[in-house]
Every structure is written in structure tokens, then in C-alpha cells.
Design a protein around this ligand. Structure first.
Ligand code: PEP
Ligand code: MG
Length: 578
């Protein structure tokens, strides 16, 4: 039986299934007599302490097996567990209402999770799932239940589960585990990140997996196409053994080319950079040969400092560290893009009924120049090495861009008067992610040093679909000709002034899209670090001239399906021949 899911860690592996059945603990509910409430609160503290220790041991289990930066996740867990607001809320409920510890913990976590889920942003939703993970751990300790573990075995084991928490992923690795597949989970989940770092193939979101799977059954995990094959035939086993070997060869080859530039077979160079959300992703980006950072999402600094706002020193220190680590490569920092669906900050409140179309990104920062200038000054202070660029998100009109530049100029004048060193010619660019901006790109030329196309938002706004709403996900089509025509228009406009055009949306992380983007005239691809090796390898296999021809053809298509066909036929026949 073949089940489909989302591939999150590439590779192929087969082994004997170990199905982990999640047991949901029932939450007891009772009233604690007044004189026992202090002890009840203490019981909760002890369970939290035991959870902290358990996580510490999970962290140690992973040490030396994954990038050290991934271990920071466990420190982040410890911080959440110590969150005074969480404990205060739970304690209050125990002392004032007499709730038992399990119930008090449940409502305190529920309140936090609801706030995180409401943000609709995958980063926060991920945080919400971290919270759920922590919650069930503490509940387990309150009930004295044991954690499910996998015994080491001489035979390769494939873990099948409803969902895996990052700490479980770490423990499981000790026990001859060769692959994971889960019924739930997302590409951005920490489990997926840890699986990639461990080099274990993984597929998540496999509907029906737990109902179909049984322990000891043979199973193959295809982390490239996102398949889980239960009870494979001998032919399938043989086929996948061959694929696994070929894949290992391919990885060895592309890894060897990590530090070489992405040059097409006819000599056209495409710059490849990394999208970074958190500082600890830098090392992976450097190892994968990123020629700098094409998008640093600075909003995470605001989230870390929440409920306070980061200071100018916070900004300058962070950007300095990144610029130093990547020197002499360019680091493109995007100014604050909170607001709309990305909002979760106690100081900066979301506005409006339809926040994706409301006050977000520069629409927000331009209304709060006091907040904006703190970041701009921090950026300038980190620019003395001359390897930093500023990028403004969600620019809709030329006037907005002019207003941003005018604030930047104010900051420059202030710093100059204060005798602070900075790059007076710091490059300034814009994210092109609103259709109005894409279609009038030429009007922005006098004020911008580069364009960077944010296809995630551009597609959302072009197709009139919420990018986080699964029920309209089928309309989210990067190959729709409307998307291609916008990208092409931006590239053609940029050509007039000879400025670079990057794509920093998810489309750039897809190696299959590389011929199309290169053919449309994109000069730089900025992507999740783990996509770099594959995308570089893809660029090395294409001919620029043939991609140009293919893209011209695709621009005339009427539907996404026609574009897909043109791209498919190019991949089959056009890459090297004709
Ligand atoms: C985009 O919109 O494509 C983009 C890169 O920005 P974000 O995903 O952070 O909105
Ligand atoms: Mg965007």
C-alpha cells in the first residue's frame, strides 16, 4: 500500500515499522481544598522541573549528532517552561478557584496557544505546537506516566507516529532509526529540521498512516517524493535500494560543489543566497555555500524581545554579528514586516477586520517612525563593513518608498552629526510582493538599488487567496501565467537600469522552478538554506538561452497547467538537446 505525504527530509530508507500510538491522557478535574492549594501548586512546579530535566537529557542525546545550533531549541523550551506568565496564571487558578494542577495547566496553556494560533503565521503556529508538546510532557509528569521509548535494535527501524516532538526525534535516533513518517506535522516543524540535520529521510502529513500501519510490518520511506510504502513487494524493495544508492551518490556530488557558484552550462551566473529567520540558521547557510543572505526576516528580533521592543543596540548587535559571519558576502536585512497575519506582539496591535490587507510591514512602520527609526539607525550602525543592504517589505506605491528613504536619510544625518561610522551608500531595495508594485516596477527604478520578488505574498495578492488558508490552497499556483507575467515585467524593468532582481519567496527554493525563473530574467535566488545544494545543482544543469526561450513560450500560456506542461517538456527534452 502506498500512502502520500509531504517530503520534509530527502533520501530513501526501508526497515521494520515501529508504530507509536499516541495515548492522550484524560485530564482529571476536581476542587482542591483551600489548605492543600499551596501543595497543589508545588506539585505543578515539581512536574515542570521534571520536564525540564527530561528535556535536558533529550538535548544531551542529540549533542554531537546535529548542528549545535539546533540544540538551542531545547533552551527555548526551558525558557517557555519557566515563563512567569504561564506559572502565574496556573497558580492563580489553583489558589483562587481551587482547580487541580492538571486543570490549571490546561487552561493556562490553552490561553497561550489560542493567542499563538490566532496569528495564522506558521512561525507562531509552530510555537503553539511546541507549547502543546511541552504541555503533554508536564501533564504526563503530573500523572506519573512514562515516556514511550524505542528499544535499540540490530534491525533498521522506521518510526511511524501520529506526530513526533523534536525531543522524541532526538531520543529515537539512538535506537537504529533510519526514517520517520508521521500523520501530522509540517515542513517547517522542528522535527523536520532535526530529521534533515540528522540526515534521516522523513515524510509528514501522511493521511491514514496510523490506521494502516502495524508494528513489524516492512516499510519504505521515500523522502523525495513523499511516499510511505507499507508491505512493499520484493520488486519495490529492490527498486528503492537502487534509488537509495543513487541518491547517496548524488548528495556526495552536489555537496562537493557547494562552494562553487551556480553557473549555467552556457556560462550565465545566478547568485544564490539564503533566507534566514533566526541567527542559528547561519552556519547551515554558510556550509551550503550561500553567497550571503538575500532575506533576513528581522521580525523575529521583535518577537524575542516581546513584550518590549528591541533597542537600537539590539538591532546593531544582531546585524553586526550576521554581517561579520558572512563577510564579505552581502546581507540583506528586511525591515520589520509584522502586522497583518504575522502579528503577535503585545505592544504592536493588529488592526482591521482583514489584517492581510491592512496595516502591515511599511504601512505599519511608516505610521510609527519612532519605532522604524530605531531599526534604521541600528541597520546603519552595522553597515560600516559595507556588506549590508536594507530591504523594505510590502511596498505598494512609490510614495511609500520615498517616505522610507526620507526616514533613512534623517537617520543618516543624525548619525553623521553624532560621528558614528556607517555606509553612506548603503544599498536600498524593495520587496516586490504587491501586484501594483510589480506592474509599475519601472516607476520605482529611480529610488531602488534592487528588486526582490516575494512570491509568497505576490501569489496571495494576485490570486486573491489567503496563503495560510488550506481550503483555497489549490488556487495557490506559482505557475499561473499571471505570476510569471509579473515576474517578467519586474525583470524587464530592472534591465533598463541594470539592477539585480532576486526571488526570495518559496518559489526560489524549488529546484524545478529554477529554469523558469532564470528564463524570466531573475538574477538571484534566495532560499531556505537546505534548498541551496539542490537549486545550485539545478542551475548547473540548464542552458540560459534555452531557459529564455522556454520562458517566452510559458509567458504566452493561458493557464498554470499549460505552463507546467511547457516546463515538464523542457525538463524532459530541452535541457541539453535541441
Ligand atoms: C514573500 O512574501 O515571498 C516573502 C519572502 O516574505 P514572507 O514570506 O516573509 O512574507
Ligand atoms: Mg512577504
Amino acid at each position: 500500500m502506498i500512502l502520500k505525504g509531504t517530503p520534509v527530509s530527502p533520501g530513501f530508507a526501508s526497515g521494520s515499522a515501529r508504530a507509536l500510538v499516541a495515548r492522550k491522557l484524560a485530564i482529571p478535574r476536581y476542587v482542591v481544598p483551600e489548605k492543600e492549594r499551596e501543595a497543589e501548586a508545588e506539585r505543578l512546579c515539581l512536574a515542570i522541573e521534571a520536564t525540564t530535566k527530561e528535556l535536558e537529557s533529550a538535548k544531551e542525546a542529540l549533542r554531537g549528532k546535529v548542528e549545535p545550533s539546533l540544540l538551542d531549541l531545547f533552551d527555548a523550551y526551558a525558557v517557555i517552561l519557566k515563563d512567569p506568565a504561564l506559572l502565574r496564571a496556573a497558580r492563580f487558578q489553583i489558589s483562587k478557584e481551587g482547580s487541580n494542577a492538571e486543570q490549571a495547566l490546561e487552561s493556562a496553556i490553552k490561553a497561550m496557544t489560542t493567542a499563538l494560533m490566532a496569528s495564522q503565521d506558521s512561525y507562531f503556529q509552530e510555537k503553539a505546537s511546541d507549547l502543546e508538546d511541552l504541555y503533554s510532557r508536564v501533564q504526563r509528569h503530573l500523572r506519573g506516566a512514562q515516556q514511550e521509548t524505542v528499544a535499540p535494535s540490530a534491525e533498521p527501524q522506521v518510526i511511524l507516529a501520529d506526530n513526533l516532538t523534536p525531543s522524541e526525534t532526538g531520543h529515537l535516533h539512538q535506537a537504529s532509526v533510519v526514517a520517520f513518517a508521521t500523520e501530522h506535522g509540517a515542513r517547517t516543524s522542528h522535527t523536520a529540521i532535526i530529521a534533515r540535520s540528522l540526515g534521516i529521510p522523513a515524510v509528514v502529513g501522511v493521511a491514514g498512516l496510523m490506521a494502516a500501519a502495524a508494528t513489524d510490518q516492512r516499510v519504505i520511506v521515500d523522502g523525495v517524493e513523499g511516499k510511505v510504502i507499507l508491505d512493499p513487494t520484493p520488486e519495490e524493495e529492490a527498486e528503492y535500494a537502487k534509488r537509495a544508492e543513487a541518491y547517496r551518490d548524488y548528495r556526495r556530488k552536489i555537496k562537493a560543489g557547494a562552494l562553487k557558484e551556480a553557473r549555467t552550462i552556457d556560462g550565465h551566473v545566478i547568485r544564490t543566497r539564503a533566507n534566514i529567520d533566526l541567527e542559528n540558521e547561519l552556519q547551515g547557510a554558510i556550509e551550503a555555500g550561500a553567497e550571503g543572505v538575500g532575506l533576513y526576516r528581522s521580525e523575529f528580533l521583535y518577537l524575542e524581545r516581546s513584550p518590549n521592543l528591541p533597542t537600537e543596540d539590539d538591532h546593531a548587535a544582531l546585524y553586526n554579528r550576521i554581517c561579520e559571519a558572512l563577510y564579505p558576502h552581502r546581507v540583506t536585512i528586511r525591515t520589520l514586516d509584522l502586522g497583518g497575519e504575522k502579528y503577535f506582539h503585545e505592544v504592536l496591535e493588529p488592526e482591521g477586520q482583514n489584517p492581510v490587507l491592512g496595516v502591515r510591514a511599511v504601512r505599519f512602520t511608516l505610521r510609527h517612525p519612532d519605532i522604524f527609526k530605531v531599526q534604521l539607525r541600528g541597520l546603519l550602525r552595522a553597515s560600516a563593513r559595507k556588506n549590508i543592504a536594507i530591504m523594505f517589505p510590502l511596498v505598494t506605491t512609490v510614495d511609500e518608498l520615498k517616505a522610507c528613504i526620507s526616514l533613512l536619510n534623517e537617520c543618516k544625518a543624525e548619525l553623521k552629526a553624532e560621528g558614528v561610522a556607517f555606509d553612506h551608500r548603503i544599498p536600498v531595495g524593495i520587496m516586490v510582493e504587491v501586484p501594483s508594485c510589480a506592474l509599475t516596477a519601472e516607476a520605482f527604478l529611480p529610488y531602488t538599488d534592487f528588486f526582490s520578488i516575494g512570491t509568497n505574498d505576490l501569489i496571495q495578492y494576485l490570486m486573491a487567496i489567503d496563503r495560510n488558508n488550506e481550503s483555497v490552497a489549490s488556487l495557490y499556483d506559482p505557475m499561473n501565467p499571471a505570476v510569471l507575467r509579473c515576474i517578467s515585467h519586474v525583470c524587464e524593468s530592472a534591465r533598463v537600469k541594470g539592477i539585480p532582481v532576486a526571488v526570495c519567496g518559496e518559489m526560489a527554493s524549488d529546484a524545478l522552478m529554477a529554469p523558469l525563473l532564470v528564463g524570466l530574467g531573475v538574477t538571484e535566488l534566495s532560499m531556505a538554506p537546505e534548498a541551496l545544494l539542490d537549486v545550485k545543482a539545478a542551475v548547473r544543469g540548464i542552458s540560459y538561452e534555452k531557459c529564455r526561450r522556454m520562458a517566452r513560450h510559458a509567458l504566452k500560456a493561458g493557464t498554470g497547467a499549460e505552463v507546467a506542461e511547457i516546463l515538464e517538456s523542457y525538463s524532459r527534452t530541452g535541457r541539453h538537446g535541441r
